[in-house]
Design a protein around this ligand. Structure first.
Ligand SMILES: *[C@@H]1O[C@H](CO)[C@@H](O)[C@H](O)[C@H]1NC(C)=O
Ligand SMILES: *[C@@H]1O[C@H](CO)[C@@H](O)[C@H](O)[C@H]1NC(C)=O
Ligand SMILES: *[C@@H]1O[C@H](CO)[C@@H](O)[C@H](O)[C@H]1NC(C)=O
Ligand SMILES: *[C@@H]1O[C@H](CO)[C@@H](O)[C@H](O)[C@H]1NC(C)=O
Ligand SMILES: *[C@@H]1O[C@H](CO)[C@@H](O)[C@H](O)[C@H]1NC(C)=O
Ligand SMILES: *[C@@H]1O[C@H](CO)[C@@H](O)[C@H](O)[C@H]1NC(C)=O
Ligand SMILES: *[C@@H]1O[C@H](CO)[C@@H](O)[C@H](O)[C@H]1NC(C)=O
Ligand SMILES: *[C@@H]1O[C@H](CO)[C@@H](O)[C@H](O)[C@H]1NC(C)=O
Length: 310
């Protein structure tokens, strides 16, 4: 009884330790083995075994599989025994360190991959040398955001416009942010759509009143990266219309003043001429004589009067 219970305890302690240890090791390995790449590039997924130079691939069986369910590429006795349709012509395995090369890599290739290596020395009794997971993380760059502004209505005080910012063809799922003169704004609507290629498109829409020229910037953030653009939103100079009437008034007023002035001058001239004429230009007199006399009469009476007064 005592011995039995002791043995159970003795057995269970190491088991717990083993589980813990393997859990820690696996967690560590999972965290460590992440390979990052960009869509369209060539990426190498490292395996867990290197074939010694004294041996060849013909002594091994190598499975590269994705998410434990589909075989990407498998080798046995030095020959390809299976190749996944989706990876055809895109994969290549290094025959020494068993690294799996994928080129060009696609968004759909994202996920965990396992490399399983078996030794075939004792042909029937194959031994698993290692089994390791490496996670492939493929990203795609978003296009530079395209900002468009459409004026929906305009008044003297403000211009109401609809601003759109869109970016496409990226991965993973992004966030979109907008700012007016560096002050962030809330979007009226944002939408994210996933295309058939598993790439995302994103659009943000904003309706706002612009009372003065402002700088609008839009930023698309994904996987710690950001792509941004900015656009100067100009308040359409509609208020020129309200300043125009005032200038119009100035012009009309000044022209009226000029007209009145001209009229006054002409009237004065006519009056003077008539006055002068009535003074001296008798119809019997010749024009030349009249003119000569016209100058004389007003001056001659004045001079004596002045002298007399003095
Ligand atoms: C495997 O070998 C290739 C070519 O020699 C090399 O580029 C790659 O870095 C190696 N990978 C590992 C995990 O050693
Ligand atoms: C792979 O390449 C071969 C030869 O270049 C070609 O005939 C075949 O159609 C290609 N397969 C795929 C799936 O692209
Ligand atoms: C892996 O396969 C499981 C089911 O077998 C599935 O639920 C999971 O979404 C897959 N993960 C990836 C990254 O493909
Ligand atoms: C930006 O969007 C507008 C309207 O959607 C489009 O006409 C224009 O071609 C786009 N510009 C770029 C550089 O994609
Ligand atoms: C916005 O911020 C950037 C840097 O953070 C600065 O260079 C720029 O002048 C700022 N613009 C305005 C309008 O405040
Ligand atoms: C859109 O945003 C503007 C400014 O943030 C706000 O005044 C307006 O009410 C919003 N409209 C809708 C439909 O959310
Ligand atoms: C994403 O944007 C691209 C380029 O503008 C377009 O061809 C594609 O149809 C869009 N996809 C979706 C799902 O809207
Ligand atoms: C913009 O201003 C106009 C009139 O000043 C108002 O009718 C409209 O609701 C405003 N729009 C927004 C989005 O604030």
């Amino acid at each position: 009884m005592l011995q039995g219970s002791r043995c159970r305890l003795c057995d269970s302690i190491p088991r717990v330790w083993l589980l813990l240890a393997s859990g820690i090791l696996k967690g560590y390995a999972l965290e460590k083995k992440v390979v990052k790449s960009k869509a369209g590039e060539k990426v190498g997924l490292p395996c867990c075994h290197e074939i010694p130079s004294s041996e060849g691939l013909h002594n091994y069986r190598v499975y590269w599989q994705k998410n434990t369910t589909e075989v990407v590429l498998a080798y046995a006795e030095g020959n390809v025994i299976r190749e996944h349709e989706r990876y055809k012509n895109r994969t290549e395995m290094n025959e020494k360190n068993l690294t799996l090369w994928i080129s060009p890599v696609e968004i759909l290739d994202n996920g965990p991959y396992q490399c399983v290596v078996q030794h075939l020395r004792f042909s029937q009794n194959s031994v698993v040398l290692c089994d390791e997971t490496v996670t492939l993380f493929v990203t795609a760059d978003f296009s530079k955001p395209n900002i468009t502004a459409n004026v929906s209505s305009t008044s003297c005080e403000s211009t109401e416009m609809i601003v759109r910012c869109s970016s496409h063809g990226g991965f993973p799922k992004p966030q979109i942010s907008g700012a007016l003169n560096n002050v962030s704004v809330a979007w009226n609507t944002t939408s994210v759509s996933k295309s058939s290629l598993n790439l995302y498109n994103i659009t943000g829409k904003l309706r706002l009143n612009v009372t003065k020229d402002v700088s609008f910037s839009c930023s698309v953030e994904y996987n710690g990266l950001a792509k941004s653009s900015s656009l100067l939103l100009k308040k359409t100079s509609n208020c020129v219309v309200t300043t125009e009437p005032s200038s119009y008034n100035v012009i009309t007023a000044s022209s009226i003043i000029i007209i009145i002035f001209l009229l006054a001058i002409t009237l004065a001239a006519r009056y003077l001429r008539r006055h002068v004429c009535s003074y001296c230009c008798k119809p019997q007199d010749s024009v030349e004589e009249g003119v000569k006399e016209c100058v004389k009469p007003p001056t001659s009476p004045k001079v004596p009067s002045e002298t007399s007064s003095v």
